[in-house]
Design a protein around this ligand. Structure first.
Ligand SMILES: Cc1cc2nc3c(=O)[nH]c(=O)nc-3n(C[C@H](O)[C@H](O)[C@H](O)COP(=O)(O)OP(=O)(O)OC[C@H]3O[C@@H](n4cnc5c(N)ncnc54)[C@H](O)[C@@H]3O)c2cc1C
Length: 260
């Protein structure tokens, strides 16, 4: 975790079209909410999202999270399953890093109020494709995403270092002469006449999710239009792995009906 730069300004004292934050998080899915909680241990945080907190891919996620939770299971086996399923294209360092952190982070979500389904007081696991052992933790059956999001949103709302701005449409990243990101320009639907708003930030975290809405058929919500990817590209960032797009498989085509 890097040390955050700080703005020596009380963000609550600013009432014009400009806000200041030590850390600005764009997006309020699992990535943005979790990043905001971590950053708020070190500095003040503003988190913005394009619609309400409840409108995200995270809210819609169903089956659960894979992790080594069973005594019969090992990190090595989970890593091997993941690399095997990745058909040789996985970054082994990333796979190992993510797999090894899984159990601890699931325990943390549990301690923050995520109601994972339990059996005999232990987290219940199911078997899903690509896994050689049951290791999928789930909550309220197939409502895992909503239950995790609700716990994270409660946690964020309790944190006085975090200010949440819903219905804030981030348009572009602002960069300085040194090509550093110094904030965003966006559009706050709550302001009279929907005026543009600048949020200056010493650190900006992009957590705007995917781009499923680019396709005619998708289970993604309407906020998933790849805005963060486009913003980063326009600001000069190098994009990677753009060819990988997940289509959630538990959907059915019925003409006229929504996909899920
Ligand atoms: C039907 C379905 C089932 C799934 N099931 C599972 C599962 O069982 N297990 C699993 O691991 N994964 C599952 N997934 C995938 C999982 O939901 C996503 O990978 C994950 O939620 C992505 O989280 P995120 O925080 O990156 O993005 P999101 O949750 O999509 O959050 C993106 C956030 O960015 C905000 N945003 C976007 N653009 C802007 C903008 N211009 N300005 C301001 N804010 C913006 C949005 O408002 C939103 O708050 C499923 C997905 C779907 C659709």
């Amino acid at each position: 975790m890097p040390e955050f730069r700080r703005y020596l300004v009380n963000i609550d004292s600013i009432s014009t079209h400009q806000l200041f934050a030590d850390c600005l998080v764009i997006g309020a899915g699992i990535a943005g909410l979790r990043a905001a909680i971590e950053a708020a241990e070190r500095c003040n945080v503003i988190i913005v999202c394009k619609d309400t907190l409840e409108n995200s891919n995270t809210w819609k996620a169903q089956g659960g999270i894979a992790s080594v939770l069973d005594k019969a299971d090992t990190f090595e086996l989970h890593i091997a399953d993941t690399i095997n399923t990745g058909c040789g294209m996985s970054d082994e360092g990333v796979v190992s890093f993510v797999v090894r952190q899984g159990p601890e982070l699931i325990e943390q979500l549990l301690s923050w109020g995520t109601e994972f389904d339990l059996i005999d007081g232990r987290i219940a696991t199911t078997l899903e494709g690509g896994h050689s052992l049951p290791r999928i933790a789930h909550a309220h059956g197939d409502e895992t995403g909503r239950i995790i999001a609700e716990a994270l949103i409660r946690k964020v709302r309790q944190n006085s270092n975090i200010r949440i701005i819903e219905n804030f449409y981030s348009i572009d990243l602002l960069t300085n002469d040194g090509n550093e990101c110094v904030g965003i320009i966006g559009y706050d639907k709550h302001r009279p006449h929907g005026a543009d708003q600048i949020i200056w930030a010493a650190n900006t975290i992009l957590a705007t999710g995917g781009a499923g809405q680019l396709y005619r058929e998708t289970t993604n919500p309407e906020v998933a239009t790849g805005d963060g990817i486009a913003m980063a590209y326009r600001a000069g960032a190098i994009l990677q792995d753009m060819e990988f797009m997940q289509f959630h498989p538990t959907t059915l085509y019925i003409a006229g009906a929504s996909r899920p």
